[in-house]
Design a protein around this ligand. Structure first.
Ligand code: ATP
Length: 255
């Protein structure tokens, strides 16, 4: 892996307007090396726009996005070579075998990887000769993460990685994210699942109307809310419906 500079992500007063819409309205934050950093917020809050500016996929109107010491404006290709981006599902060829898909992306990045080893890291080694079109939703998500890892990225960007997955597949993906983090990568993710943010993220930025309205660890954000005297309306039960589902259907993946 490329040597890393801390903080590995710096967003400095990023702004992006579409007509009258201020999609990103002065966003600043830093992500430390090895952190899992989450971005939460309602639909249209500006999360994807912010992340795409950091990835060098979209130009900001003003402000600086600095990835591992490289200003995205100055060297978008340099940034792309050290980050991993989870591609949307339609980015893959239906009729290629999984090992061939990994090989193809490795060639694009001029990266030396063993496709079987990478597939085994995401729990898909048994499917190496299977085709993309034959995979379940959870398997497709895991393959897209494997592809994002071909260049051994300094930062992995995950945009709503578990949307549409069942509870078992979601937990398996969480385990994969933790495994990637333990190998030294920094991870930036967006999610609409609060449980996911609480499970995975070291720190969270809550975004609304293009601005960060809170930024802290999940524990501190909860403590700050409780310190205002807030108490949930319903007494929270000690188990959730998620627990019921997992107890009925088991924790093992079906796919
Ligand atoms: P979601 O949770 O729904 O994915 P988001 O927080 O990622 O939302 P963005 O996709 O960043 O939000 O969008 C922020 C705002 O910018 C929205 O009002 C959206 O309609 C607008 N927007 C995003 N991309 C464009 C575009 N290419 N042209 C015009 N407006 C856009």
């Amino acid at each position: 892996m490329t040597s890393t500079i801390d903080p590995v992500i710096v967003a400095r007063d990023l702004r992006k307007t579409y007509g009258d819409i201020k999609a990103v309205d002065g966003i600043s934050f830093e992500v430390k090396r090895g952190e899992v950093f989450g971005m939460l917020g309602p639909n249209g809050a500006g999360k994807t726009t912010t992340v795409e500016i950091l990835e060098g996929m979209r130009d900001a109107d003003s402000g600086d996005a600095i990835i591992n010491g490289i200003n995205v404006k100055d060297d978008p290709r340099g940034v792309k070579s050290i980050i991993g981006v989870q591609l949307q599902q339609n980015a893959f060829f239906d009729n290629l075998r999984l090992a061939e898909i990994i090989d193809l992306y490795a060639k694009l990045y001029e990266a030396k990887v063993d496709p079987i080893e990478l597939l085994s890291r995401v729990g898909l080694e048994a499917r190496k000769n299977g085709k993309y079109a034959q995979l379940s939703g959870g398997q497709k998500q895991r393959l897209s993460i494997a592809v994002a890892l071909v260049n051994d990225p300094v930062i992995l960007f995950l945009d709503e990685p578990t949307t549409g997955l069942d509870p078992q597949a979601r937990r398996q993906l969480w385990a994969l994210v933790r495994d990637i983090r333990s190998n030294g990568s920094t991870i930036m993710l967006t999610t609409h699942y609060m449980e996911e943010a609480e499970e995975l993220c070291d720190r969270i930025a809550v975004v609304e109307d293009g601005k960060i309205i809170a930024l802290d660890t999940p524990g501190n954000l909860i403590d700050q809310l409780l310190a205002t005297g807030f108490r949930p309306e319903k007494r929270i039960r000690e188990a959730t419906l998620d627990d019921v589902f997992l107890n009925l259907t088991g924790r093992d993946l079906r796919d």
